[in-house]
Write a protein that binds this ligand. Sequence first.
Ligand code: KG4
Ligand code: ZN
Length: 346
Amino acid sequence: MPKVLAIESSCDETACAVVDDLRVRSSVVRSQIDIHARFGGVVPELASRHHLGAITPVIRASLEDAGTRLADLDAIAVTEGPGLVGALLVGVQAARGLALGSGLPLFGVHHLEGHLFSALLDPPDDAGAAGHVVPRHVALLVSGGHTELVEVLGLGRYRLLGATRDDAAGEAFDKGAKLLGLGYPGGPVIDRLAAQGDPRAHAFPRSMIDRDGFEFSFSGLKTALLVHVQQRGQPSTLAALADVCAAYQAAIVDVLVRKARRAVRHCGLDRLHVVGGVAANRGLREAALAAGDADGFTVVVPPLRYCGDNAAMIGAAAAARVAAGVAPSVELHTSLAIDEERQRLP
Ligand code: KG4
Ligand code: ZN
């Protein structure tokens, strides 16, 4: 059972965790949302600076929460990309320092592979040996920077079925919220308001929904909302705002779930994992679970604390590599796709 200390700093969360295989012993996440909120999005230079200030206390807190010393660990792990280069650099250099000082091997983990592992964390006690295996499944990976359908064949064996051609789903939430004057990040606010609104109150476009293949496009939806606001003005009551949010969210969720459902069928699998920051969305969680019920496949959505960026998911992906006897390596990158050569295992 490899015990790993993991660091995540690819965007606006400084995070450190200790995991025992898939079991989370501690998970500390220090968010920079308050710092970036007034700029309406993440400011890379500010992100790097705040990671620098936070990284050491966050690592300390994580070790303390887990009641662990470096000497008790088997490996160090770190997000090596994709992400903001200055932000990644802080985590990678801290991890290199820890590995050098402790003599522990250092594993670089692809950020999106981390999100895939978020659905496997803290398995039920009766999972037994099955709790260590990466089950074959389709993953709907929805975050602020990515929207992808991935066929997961096993550890390090990922087939990209399709991705967004333009905005990511999280970006669609964030940009929609900005247009409605709801602040950053937009996903949680739209989610909250949508729960009180009527999704059928307005008809927003479902781009590419009937098209074969697994690509997405969300930029047209954002434009449709802009036109809606230009023509009718900003919603003037809370009820009207809730209706717009509900209809906008439904347009995103409908496309995501329809394509995910089709992907599960296409791959002949019986399992869908929904991961990434947008997996926290209540509308998406409900619709994915309902699709699984209707079509007879299992749907896994991680607990909310593991949907957004965290280091436990990075640690779990590294622990699986340690257990599989993979040689340690780390190489910072900003844009490697999840199915690119370096991520493949023999
Ligand atoms: O995975 P994540 O924490 O960071 C990236 O790797 O991008 O995802 C952040 C994204 C943001 O766009 C945020 O608005 C969205 O996840 N998000 C949500 C919800 N909570 C976070 N979107 C919809 N509903 C939510 N409840
Ligand atoms: Zn992420």
